[in-house]
Design a protein around this ligand. Sequence first.
Ligand code: CTP
Ligand code: CA
Length: 230
Amino acid sequence: AAGRAAAQDLAGRHVVVSAGGTHEALDPVRFLGNASSGLMGTAIAREAALRGARVTLVAAAMTAEPPSGVEVEQVVSTADLAAVMQRLAPQADAVVMAAAPADFTPAEVSTTKIKKDGDGGMTLHLVQTTDVLAAISRSRRPEQVIVGFAAETAPDRDQLVQLGQAKLARKGCDLLVLNDVSAGKVFGRATTQITLIDPAGIVDEVTGTKSQAAASIVDALAARLAGMSG
Ligand code: CTP
Ligand code: CA
């Protein structure tokens, strides 16, 4: 990747990358969240910017620092993320959904702090959020490149790829980055193991740093952009 770092193959392109995990408010002091660190999305944003793209990082809660030279839009909930992505996506050349949006959100947000009542437990009523990636894919322009992620727990690589192909088709994206998240292999770590697929099969596999994985993902994205516009 270091040898390619100066290649400006994304000059003149606008790449929108989402990263981090959304927070769904329960009451003024509590939320439902997830363990996404934002490191993978941040690495992709950095790589795309190094290769000449204008990059907008749509950042949900993350422990990673946003890279310099990219525009940052902060979001909290999946609904916020959906609104910002749907505003940015139509103008973008490529969209990378590395964020981990909450799939469910409380049906109601309490405006006051929820109090204990005796010794009883409590039941949360959750409803599904918007599938941002599927919505972006549905309203895409044909020349755009749309990249999704899939965090799966699969017993082996074949089954991981099978799950991935089904998700790729369901989401309608061009590339899917498959992550095996069994037993804390990915979240918050500098290293990762990814399998990159498109509708035809495996495009690349990387075991290494998240910046090595990002270089592979941006290679595939840049190749598709170049192929589509000559
Ligand atoms: N995604 C999204 N909006 C959601 C949920 C997920 O845009 N509300 C995106 C993620 O950013 C990722 C891709 O969809 O790029 C796949 O996310 P994943 O959680 O693996 O898939 P889901 O469709 O949510 O299915 P499930 O979690 O049930 O496997
Ligand atoms: Ca999900």
